[in-house]
Ligand binder design. Structure first.
Ligand code: HEM
Length: 390
């Protein structure tokens, strides 16, 4: 049927056209101001590496700038429950959907616990990891802000769960800025020096089966997880002359081994007694998909449970922070405290180096996010740092 040209229809058509013209004009602003390389700057890209003038230009192109937001509240119900449910169906990737180095977040996006395109706010991550896996609110907040401070956009409050993009040569977006959170000796991704540090690698994944067969009777028991961690560290020592395994990567990598044991087991008990299957690990790491009938763990996995399990794996694996000075020449760094206070301190210092000369608005936003980061850490015994003022 032909749409009658009513006044209301014409008005909405007119408004739509005006908005389209406005949007086109906004994308032309960087050209008009002499910064053509900033045209189409994604709203989720970090502003690190931009001069104050460049920040002003891209600010003019953002559709909204909510700035820093408070932590979302903890979820009310933390019981074990079915999470691969009808409300959260797996959907295959569409063109342009972003995925990255974290099997936990990739899977949540593929099931709609996170926006399926992979562009997210910190609050969305913090809520989704609680809903989907029962990661504790405190640790979820700490982890999320560790990533956001490196890779998030402090003005739009957006980040992505993956793919790095670049602003004149500077890696600035996604959670895969190498050498901080993302790093070497991953369980399923290669070291950046050796190849692709984002995509799944079948050869490395085989080390799960090797460990399960050697000490777990075919299953990934805690002993098998520890052996897998040792295999992955030894492999990087043997092949990567630039292997870097200091905080925060040191604790991060070992916490990730704890994560699969505590959260990729369907209905895992509070004291992590159930072993993990290779099939479940394959679902998360390779397919970004919750296993059929998957139930989140019993009770939140939070401080101090996270610390207990992480430091048990450190001890059992005999792991020490350090780095290679050439292949097979691993030097332990005795100055590296390898504590969560230390991870916080290093992340704050790193954030300060990313923004040596922020605009006043950007400075205020980073300052606020650093306060939120300390709140997320939730450890009054750790010294608080204020590189952008109090
Ligand atoms: C709370 C927000 C989270 C952020 C910001 C985050 C971020 C990351 C990043 C940057 C990596 C790459 C590290 C590397 O180089 O290996 C990673 C790896 C990993 N993440 Fe997450 N993650 C989060 C939550 C989770 C959750 C809830 C789980 C599990 C339920 C999880 C499981 C893993 C595992 C197993 C790896 C290691 C992958 C490998 O070694 O191949 N993450 N995550």
């Amino acid at each position: 049927m032909i749409q009658p040209l009513t006044g209301c229809f014409l008005t909405s058509l007119f408004i739509k056209m005006k908005l389209q013209i406005l949007a086109t004009l906004v994308t032309l602003v960087p050209y008009a101001l002499g910064f053509p390389h900033l045209a189409n700057f994604p709203e989720h890209r970090s502003l690190a590496g931009l001069s104050p003038e460049e920040v002003q230009v891209v600010m003019g192109t953002f559709s909204s700038m909510p700035g820093p937001q408070p932590l979302p509240p903890p979820i009310d119900d933390t019981s074990e429950k079915l999470v691969n449910d009808v409300a959260h169906p797996f959907k295959a990737l569409r063109r342009g959907d972003i995925r990255g180095p974290c099997p936990g977040l990739n899977t949540l996006a593929s099931h709609g616990y996170l926006p399926r395109d992979g562009v997210v706010t910190p609050a969305q991550i913090i809520t989704a990891v609680q809903e989907g896996y029962n990661l504790g609110h405190q640790f979820a907040s700490f982890l999320c802000y560790t990533a956001f401070l490196t890779d998030g956009n402090h003005l739009t409050n957006l980040m992505t769960i993956g793919a790095n993009t670049t602003t004149h040569g500077q890696p600035t977006t996604g959670i895969n800025t190498h050498g901080h959170f993302e790093g070497d000796a991953s369980m399923s991704r290669d070291d950046a020096f050796l190849g692709n540090n984002i995509n799944f690698n079948e050869t490395l994944f085989d080390a799960f089966q090797v460990a399960a067969d050697a000490v777990g009777g075919g299953l990934l028991t805690l002993d098998a997880i520890v052996l897998n961690r040792q295999i992955r560290i030894k492999d990087s020592i043997a092949r990567n002359p630039q292997f870097a395994f200091e905080s925060p990567r040191f604790l991060g990598a070992i916490a990730e081994s704890a994560f699969i044991f505590a959260m990729f087991v369907s209905g895992q008990t509070v004291d992590n007694k159930k072993p993990l299957t290779i099939d479940a690990v394959r679902h998360f790491f390779d397919f970004h998909r919750l296993p059929h009938g998957f139930r989140r763990r019993q009770g939140p996995f939070d401080f101090p449970l996270v610390e207990n399990l992480t430091f048990s794996i450190v001890d059992m694996a005999g792991a020490k922070p350090g780095s290679n000075k050439g292949v097979n020449n691993y030097v332990v760094n005795t100055q590296d405290l390898a504590t969560f206070c230390y991870v916080y301190q290093k992340q704050v210092n790193f954030t300060a180096t990313l923004y040596p000369n922020p605009t006043p608005k950007l400075r205020d936003a980073i300052k606020q996010n650093l306060l939120t980061y300390y709140q997320a850490l939730g450890k009054p015994e750790c010294e608080q740092y204020f590189p952008f003022g109090r």
